[in-house]
Ligand binder design. Structure first.
Ligand code: C5P
Length: 227
C-alpha cells in the first residue's frame, strides 16, 4: 500500500450480514489489525448479566466500564476474546448474549464511554473495524467504508449454519425473529443507530458468497477508491 499512515476500513451492517468473516479476511489479506466492536458490546452485556445489573439501567451499565478488563488474543483463525482474564468465546456467540448486547448498546452514555477504547485499536499499519457505527461515529474519517446488507431470511440461514457448526443448538424461525427484533432495536435507537454512512459503499451480500464479497471489497480498496 502506497500510503504509510495508519488507516481504517470500516465495515458496518446488521447482525449476520457476514461482516465478521469479511472483516477477518480483509484484515488478514492486507495485514491490518482487527476490531470486532460487537464483541466489546457482547462482553459488556455478559459482565452486566453476571453481576445482575439491569440491562436497561444506563447509569449502572455505564459504571461497569470503569472496571472493564477485556483483551483479544490471536487465535489460529479468529482472535479470542477474554473478559476478566477468561476466554469467553463460546458465551459471546450465544444469541442471548447478542440480544443482551443490543440492549446495553442502546445507551448513549455507554456508547460514549466505549469510544476511546475502540479508537485505541487503531495502530500502524491500520485497522479493519467491524460494527454498526464504525463509519458513522467511531471512525468517521475512515478511508474506506462499507455497509454490508443481506435480507433477514438469508442472515437467519447463515447464522443457523454457523451455530450448528459450532455444536450449538438453533432454530431458524427463532433466529429470524431475533434478528428482526435486533435490527429494529439497532436501527431505531437514538444513539448511533445502524445506518450506512453517507460515503459508504453498500454491498448487498444476499446473492453473493463470502469469497465474492471479499473480492469485491478488496478490489475496491486496492484500486484506492474512497467510494
Ligand atoms: O455484531 P454483533 O452481533 O456481535 O453485535 C452485537 C450487538 O452489539 C448488536 O446487535 C448491536 O446492538 C451492538 N453493537 C453496536 N455497535 C457496534 C457493534 C455492536 O451497537 N459497533
Amino acid at each position: 500500500m502506497k500510503n504509510e499512515a495508519p488507516f481504517v476500513v470500516a465495515i458496518d451492517g446488521p447482525s449476520g450480514s457476514g461482516k465478521g468473516s469479511l472483516a477477518l479476511s480483509v484484515a488478514n489479506e492486507l495485514g491490518l489489525h482487527l476490531l470486532d466492536s460487537g464483541a466489546i458490546y457482547r462482553m459488556l452485556a455478559l459482565k452486566a448479566l453476571r453481576q445482575g445489573v439491569d440491562l436497561d439501567d444506563e447509569q449502572r451499565v455505564d459504571g461497569l466500564i470503569d472496571d472493564f478488563d477485556i483483551r483479544f488474543e490471536a487465535g489460529e483463525e479468529l482472535s479470542i476474546p477474554f473478559l476478566d482474564g477468561v476466554d469467553v468465546s463460546a458465551e459471546l456467540r450465544q444469541e442471548a448474549t447478542g440480544d443482551a448486547a443490543s440492549r446495553v448498546a442502546r445507551h448513549a452514555r455507554v456508547r460514549e464511554s466505549l469510544l476511546e477504547l475502540q479508537r485505541g485499536f487503531l495502530k500502524p499499519p491500520g485497522l479493519v473495524a467491524d460494527g454498526r457505527d464504525m463509519g458513522t461515529v467511531v471512525f468517521p474519517k475512515a478511508r474506506f467504508k462499507f455497509f454490508l446488507y443481506a435480507s433477514v431470511e438469508i442472515r437467519a440461514q447463515r447464522r443457523y449454519k454457523q451455530l450448528i457448526n459450532m455444536g450449538l443448538s438453533a432454530n431458524i424461525a427463532d433466529l429470524q425473529a431475533d434478528l428482526a427484533e435486533r435490527d429494529e432495536r439497532d436501527q431505531n435507537r437514538s444513539a448511533s443507530p445502524l445506518k450506512p454512512a453517507e460515503d459508504a459503499l453498500v454491498v448487498d451480500s444476499s446473492l453473493l458468497d463470502m469469497a465474492q464479497v471479499t473480492e469485491l471489497v478488496l478490489s475496491h480498496i486496492r484500486e484506492g477508491k474512497t467510494t
